[in-house]
Design a protein around this ligand. Sequence first.
Ligand SMILES: [Zn+2]
Length: 396
Amino acid sequence: MLLAHKIELDPNNEQRTYFKKASGVARKAYNWALEEWKRRYEAGEKLNEAALRRQLNRIKGEQFPYMLEVTKAAPQESIKQLGVAFKHFFRRVKNGEKPGYPRWKKFGIHDSFVATNGPSEKGADAAEVDGKKIKLPRVGWVRMRELVRFKGQIKQVTISRTADRWYAAILIDTEVLPHERNNHGSVGVDLGVKALAVLSDGRRIAGPKAHGNLLKKLRKLNKALARSKRYKDVEDRWRDSQNRKKVKIKLAKLHGRIANIRKDALHKATTHIVLNYDIIGIENLHVSGMVKNRRLARSIMDQSFCEFRRQLQYKADMYGAQVFVADRWFPSSKMCSRCREIKETLTLEQRVFECECGNKMDRDLNAAINLRTFAASSAEKQNACGDNSSGAASAA
Ligand SMILES: [Zn+2]
């Protein structure tokens, strides 16, 4: 099974320079191939990315000598990506969808390159991991901010930049190790902000501690952004002031940090859940939690919800648990978990769910129990129909 782990790097100045250069080469190769593809296609030629890769190999020494200073994986894989982009483009044309022709890669937006294609490239070109260090061809050992989560053969390493941080996405072919699981049956999970998650058996998984201060900072920066100035240039277009640009960069970095901290916490939570329960129910969209805490930027909440679902799904596949995703109309918060009566007037401030049947409990717990009931009955239906596919019938 192929799994990717993206880890922040701590490169020295020399390595940073190399990363920038290699990203530049990847971008150049992509844009060159796009131009060439267009030109030759218009001239009536049929072509493919493999032909373009061979062509670039022939001419790069003379036309783009700087390409020889970085790993050959950078330009080659970049052109393969263009091949994929064209494949999607032609498929959309064929299906009568909006086609979306492949676009130029731009500096500052597309800063990434494939650093190596793993152990198939022997010797100096192989990637290697040793604790919190990764060895990349032409670069040597680069410090990583955390340990690689999976054991197995490295298939590919892609280096990319977000704001001014560099990351390595390490693709690993891993064998799933037998893991001790405790089977507590089914569980419903309500994702929140204060508690990261509330489980239907009453357990609360606490959110990351470092969070609070960063959220305060986030609020401050958002205010600073609102106060910062824009002006119109001679062509009457809006431009950011120097100060506004600075605030934007700071905001991007902070968003990244918060997302990372949450991601780590999510890993602990999702591992715990798949190792302890067989049948797991979650919501499709995390609508309720987003409004519960207005301080948390919506994008962060969205992001962490997607990340939670992604992790839960692949870990469930690894360990043989099943995930059921309730559709977006499922009234997990508004339904009484005891008598199933739906409350139309449940305000966001009401932290306790109270029903005429006498049920009175924490609002998130009530939602989690509903999700558990949903998951358990979905699993029953699935098994009754003899559908053994792991994952979920309703998991889109
Ligand atoms: Zn009730």
